[in-house]
Design a protein around this ligand. Structure first.
Ligand code: DC
Length: 231
């Protein structure tokens, strides 16, 4: 069977990664979380004092980009690859509200994007990849056979994310999560380099009222039709 590239873009906390992981598992494809890479660079910037609430030393981050080594290692029990920052597994450290609070600023830096897009394109060279992010269908894989654009209301997304963070034991409020979600929407859609936009040939799915199962079935059906179509 021919393998295709599947690009899943959309706003933050739309459940892109959940469906992308499920689809990759079902098709025997590799799942790549491009947001994890932007989060890992952000974690590096926080740890090295390059970004804080009052300051973002963009030049220093650009200067230090060569020191940031990002790799993925497949975790058998999780069924997907975890991200490593300079050899350290940072999968859990990159999912905090602190990292979420800074990541859009870091992702707006062109030099950061250039570095990560090169890695992402390489990961997709052999097809058989499901990658989620913001610019996958527009910049990373403009020729992807299937492009999905996921949306949901900001309130729905914030309440899903809030539940996840509570389950992890993070001390946060729903209002803080909603604020983060809307702020990231604003920065991600208005940045100059590769803003979040729906690719012309992407299929939009609003999952505000869909269960995870319904969303999975919808995307899987689209994937199967696309694969059949190119055979
Ligand atoms: O998907 P996520 O929430 O983990 O992504 C974190 C941030 O990274 C998001 O606010 C925007 C940025 N991002 C990006 O600019 N381009 C991508 N391909 C993926 C993520």
């Amino acid at each position: 069977m021919n393998k295709i590239t599947i690009a899943i873009d959309g706003f933050s906390s739309t459940g892109k990664s959940t469906v992308a992981k499920q689809i990759a598992k079902e098709l025997g494809y590799v799942y790549v979380d491009s947001g994890a890479m932007y989060r890992a660079v952000t974690l590096y910037a926080i740890k090295n004092g390059l970004i804080s609430h009052d300051d973002f030393n963009v030049e220093a981050l650009i200067y230090q980009l060569d020191k940031i080594n990002l790799t993925f290692q497949f975790n058998e029990s999780l069924g997907y690859a975890e991200v490593y920052l300079n050899g350290e597994n940072v999968e859990s450290k990159i999912r905090t509200l602190e990292v979420s609070g800074f990541v859009s600023q870091v992702a707006a830096v062109s030099e950061v994007r250039q570095k990560l897009v090169v890695i992402q394109k390489k990961l997709g060279e052999d097809k058989g990849v499901v990658m989620d992010g913001r610019d996958i269908g527009t910049v990373v894989f403009p020729n992807a056979a299937l492009k999905i654009f996921m949306t949901a209301s900001a309130e729905k997304r914030a309440s899903r994310r809030y539940k996840e963070l509570l389950e992890r034991g993070d001390a946060i409020t729903y209002e803080a999560v909603l604020e983060n979600v809307t702020q990231r929407d604003r920065i991600d859609t208005t940045r100059e380099d590769s803003p979040l936009v729906k690719a012309e040939d992407a299929i939009e799915i609003d999952n505000s009222e869909l269960t995870l199962k319904e969303q999975f079935e919808k995307v899987l059906q689209l994937a199967k039709i696309t694969i059949e179509g190119i055979e």
